[in-house]
Structure formats: C-alpha cells, structure tokens
Write a protein that binds this ligand. Structure first.
Ligand code: ARG
Length: 583
C-alpha cells in the first residue's frame, strides 16, 4: 500500500470511521511548510462541525491515538493540524522501491476502470483558420486524454471536425467565382482559407453574397451532387494538412467524424424534441427554452433556423445522443473555449428531453464543457491566421538558434549535428506545450517567445534540461563503471534533508495527477514537475552524486536520481513533452 493510503487508513481507524471515508482523508492530507513541522499534515477544521469539537482538540485526540508503526514515526498536534513524522528510512525505501518496480506506471490509479470518457478536443474548422483556441484545445485535450488514461479510464479521442455549416457556402461561392486549380494544388488549406476570407470580405460590401453563400450551403445540405463533390474534396485536403500537424505532435484521434457525419441524424432528433413537447416553433425557427432550467437570462437553444437549415446546436444534440448510444460514457468532455453559452444550451436542452422522455440515466449531467483563457501575443510570419504548423516551425527554428547561442556562450559542445534538428524540434514543442499549461486553464496568457524558450525558470525546456542533467549523471556513472540497473546501494546512506525532500516530492506524483484529472487541469501536472525539477536541482547543487571513494552511497544516490528521472519522464509524457538525453 502506498504511504499516503497507509496514513489515511491509520487516521480512518483512529477516527473510528468506515473504510469508505478513507479517500476523503487522503484527499485532505497536505504537506507542512517545512520539515521541522513534519512530513504530512492532516487539517482538522473540516471535521470540527461534524464532530462538534474544536479543531485543536481533535488534533490532540488523534495525536494520542496514533501508534508509531513501520512508516509513521510520531504524530504531533500543532494547533488545528495533526502533523505526522515519517520513518524516513522505511518510507524512503518504500517509495524508491515502488518506482523501481514499475517506473512507467508509478502513481497511476484505476479510479476510472470500466468507464469510458469521450473527449472532444482540437476540432478545427475546415476551410477556416486554425486559431489559438484550437491550438490550446489540442494541447489541453491531448494532456487530459493521457491524464485520464493514467487513472484507468478508457479514453475516446474525438476530433469533431467543423466540416459543415455556412462557411462552406462562402468557400464554394468563392471557388465558383475565383477558383484556381493550380493555387489549390499548391497551397491547399491555406488557399481555402484565403477564399473564405475573400468571400467574407466581399459580403461586407455586398449583402447578397451572404444570401448566395447560404443558398449554396442549403444545396449542400439537400445533397446536390456537384456541390457535395467540391465539399468532399475540400474536406480531404484540409484533413490532410491537419493530420501532418497532429503526427508531428504525436497526437492521434480515435475518430475524425465531424459535424457532417452526424448530419443525417439531426432531423429525427429535432422531431424527437418536438414530439416530447420540449421544443417549439418560434418565428419559423425551432427552439428549446433553457432560461428556466438554467435560471439565468440566456437565449433559447436553436435547433433549426427559419430557413430550414440545421444548426451547430442541433448537430451537437444529435451527436451527444449518438455518443451516449454508442459508448454509455461515464463522462463526455468538450475542450472548447468561448462557447460556454452554446454548451449550456445544448446540455440544458438535452436535460429537458431526458426528463420528458424519462431516460433511465440522466447522462446530460455527465456532459461538461472545459473552457480556457485566451493567449495574447503569439504571432508568426504569416500574420493573422495562426497555423499550428507555422508556429511549430517557428518554435523549432528559434529553439535551434537559442541552443547555438547558449552553447557558444558556455563554450560547451552542443549535441551532434545530426541530432540537432530533432532536439530543436523537441525543445520548441516543449516550450509551446508547457506554456499552455503553466497556469490554470482559465487564466489569460501573454505569450513571449524569448520567455518560453529559457532553460531556467518555469518553462518546458527547464524541465527537459533537468531531465537531461540526470541522464548526464548516468553517462558519467557508466564511464566510471558504477552501473545501477539492479544495485540499489544502501538506501540508509540517504540521510540528508535534500534527499528526503526529493523523496517526499516523488510521493506527491500520484496525487498531483489525480488532482489534474479531477479538476481537468493539466496545470497540476506541470506545476508538480516544475517543483520536482526545483527540488532535484536543490539536491544536485548541494550533493555530489558520484564519489568514487564512496561507491555504496553513490549507488544509493544514483537510485534516487533514477527514480526522479522515471517520474520526470512519466510526467513529461503526460504533457506530450519529449524527454531528452542531451540538449
Ligand atoms: N469546430 C468548433 C470550433 O472551432 C469546435 C467544436 C467543438 N466540439 C463540439 N462538439 N462542438 O469552434
């Protein structure tokens, strides 16, 4: 049993609580601000109400009831806290043992076992610019997918492409008017976006353009063969481009079925809403009132426009129903920003249908929109439209230049030329990907190329650098013949506070990933890794890992570094950041 679980169990029986409440205790456990106060703290104020006792009193009572054991050395009341001191030697042996035994799964749980999570993220619009929102959605979504899988969930990655809707009317209008085969061949998606923007601009001068675009889209919805052929060509071209970028990031999806795929189910879903008396006609459109259930002033959920065209909301309703029928999901999460009202409307409309049709499972309550803040200041040579591809190129090139300058300044050799590109690509990606999750997701961010590429401070490359440093230690150990693979050394030699703090930090990995899943916050993992790197650096600056005269202690320290490296690797991978042996 992990140490935290053990502590929770001991506290649970001291409180004479049923075992089911252990998780609650475990979640409340905290780390005291410094080692002199203890290694683990249990705050008692939450219990004061339930036990009708002052928190300080509860802490004292508990301290009296806890018997020292293999892992717990002593328990002391400190105001409203119960502070525990661990038996360092045993705790350290246990943590390092657990990591050695299963380096890639250490810290995982099976809390999600048997449950399916449908995760809707990235979802760019075909023939419309891929913007910051899609970039963050791609990144935060991919992180959440890995974080939930680490908790035992079956994760279904869904790229609900925006491949239907009036924008196609605009693109087709523009194509019929200005379309140029050669340009389409050469620039594919970039060209489609140009066409879209051009038609849009024209419609600002000439309102009839909007009408023509609308009617072209209606023809598409009615299955007009010529229009449909154009649509499917544009879709394929765009998807090709997106796929290249996803491959570069190492992201893949279980499904790329977008709005167009659900389209033929929309009509019957709208009818269902009408038949259940949940939707009604309003000025020729079909809508579901949601202000009543949401208790705020919000427009109704529009399922059909007055011209008969389907809507984004109707497609999302049909899509959610389809997902439920296919997967009976435990959660259905949409990583999308600035569409809070849209999702509130869709979920509320579905909730009303659930009541009217008396669904056995109220699954609309399992649907969630995970939103995030805005990124300012990221621009590329291409200007306005942010092409993920261009941002990645820029990140790679800047990382490359930065690494050369750095190597020159420190007069150290950079990595071999052949690997330089791969390393620059990985560093560039780390800078970008980490930046996105270096704050809680609702925070608005200001992007700055120089800041994100630094090897010091709260950046992706800083974490990669800490990792590479650890790899360097092992290269040196191998040169000196101090192999570590199956020789943990005498862990009792690890007595320094910096060593103990590092072990304590390693113990916190599982809880950090769990918090990330519970709060849908990859930031929790990012922040943990930043702290881990800092605690490691503090250890490394203070102690010499490899001392030829002290082989036993050196081996023990190498075991500690190895464990740190395993956890670092696991965490970096959760964030899609590539660990590097050398930078
Ligand atoms: N394509 C949409 C956009 O770019 C995002 C789709 C999100 N997913 C969904 N099921 N609505 O705004």
């Amino acid at each position: 049993m992990q140490i935290t679980a053990h502590i929770a169990q001991v506290l649970c029986s001291a409180l004479a609580w049923p075992a089911e409440r252990r998780a609650q205790i475990e979640a409340a456990l905290a780390t005291p601000p410094n080692l002199a106060l203890g290694d683990c703290a249990f705050p008692c104020f939450q219990l004061a109400k339930e036990l009708r006792t002052a928190p300080n009193r509860i802490a004292q009572d508990l301290a009296g009831k806890i018997q020292p054991d293999r892992l717990i050395a002593s328990a002391v009341a400190e105001g409203p806290y119960l502070n525990l001191f661990l038996n360092r030697r045993n705790a350290l042996g246990q943590v390092l043992g657990e990591i050695r035994e299963s380096p890639s799964t250490y810290g995982h749980t099976d809390m999600g076992r048997g449950q399916t999570l449908v995760l809707d993220f990235s979802a760019p619009n075909i023939a419309k610019p891929f913007h910051f929102g899609h970039l963050r959605s791609t990144n935060i979504g991919a992180d959440l997918a890995r974080i939930f899988a680490f908790q035992g969930w079956e994760v279904l990655r869904k790229n609900y492409l925006g491949d239907w809707g009036t924008q196609f009317g605009f693109v087709i209008y523009a194509w019929q008017k200005w379309g140029d085969e050669a340009a389409l061949e050469a620039r594919a998606i970039d060209y489609l976006v140009e066409l879209y923007i051009r038609a849009n601009r024209e419609s600002e001068q000439d309102p009839s353009v909007r009408e023509q675009a609308r009617s072209l889209f209606l023809r598409l919805e009615q299955g007009d063969a010529e229009i449909r052929a154009l649509w499917s060509r544009f879709r394929a071209l765009s998807l090709d481009g997106f796929m290249r970028t996803y491959a570069r990031l190492g992201i893949s999806f279980d499904s790329y079925d977008g709005e167009s795929s659900i389209n033929d189910k929309v009509q019957s879903v709208v009818d269902r809403f009408l038949k259940a008396g949940v939707a009604k006609e309003s000025l020729g459109a079909i809508v579901v009132e949601v202000a009543d259930v949401l208790g705020r002033d919000i427009a109704p959920c529009m399922l059909q426009k007055s011209d008969g065209a389907s809507t984004y909301a109707a497609r999302d309703c049909a899509e959610a129903i389809d997902r439920w029928e296919r997967y009976q999901f435990g959660a259905n999460i949409y990583v999308v920003s600035r569409q809070e009202d849209h999702f509130a409307q869709v979920f509320a409309a579905l909730g009303k249908l659930a009541v009217a049709e008396q669904w056995p499972v109220n699954w609309p309550a399992r649907c969630e929109n995970i939103s995030f803040g805005y990124v300012r200041g990221m621009s590329t040579r291409k200007g306005e439209a942010v092409w993920l591809e261009a941002v990645l190129d820029e990140a790679r090139d800047r990382a490359g230049r930065f690494r050369i300058e750095r190597a020159e300044a420190s007069a150290r050799g950079a990595v071999a030329a052949g690997e330089a590109d791969t390393v620059s690509e990985a560093v560039g990606q780390a800078a970008l990907l980490y930046f996105d999750v270096s704050s809680r997701r609702m925070t608005d961010l200001s992007f700055d190329w120089d800041a994100v590429l630094q090897f010091e401070g709260n950046t992706g490359p800083y974490l990669q650098y800490a990792y590479a440093r650890m790899s360097g230690i092992f290269r040196k150990a191998a040169e000196l013949g101090l192999a570590t693979a199956d020789e943990p050394g005498d862990l009792a030699t690890l007595g320094a506070d910096e060593e103990w703090l590092l072990v304590q930090k390693l113990r916190g990995y599982g809880p950090a990933v769990r918090r990330a899943a519970e709060q849908r916050e990859p930031f929790e993992v990012a922040h943990y890794l930043y702290e881990l790197a800092s605690v490691f650096n503090a250890f490394y600056n203070r102690h010499v890992v490899i001392e030829v005269a002290e082989p036993v202690r050196s081996r023990a320290r190498l075991t500690l570094v190895k464990a740190t490296q395993s956890v670092m690797r696991s965490g970096l991978q959760l964030l899609g950041i590539r660990p590097l042996e050398q930078m």
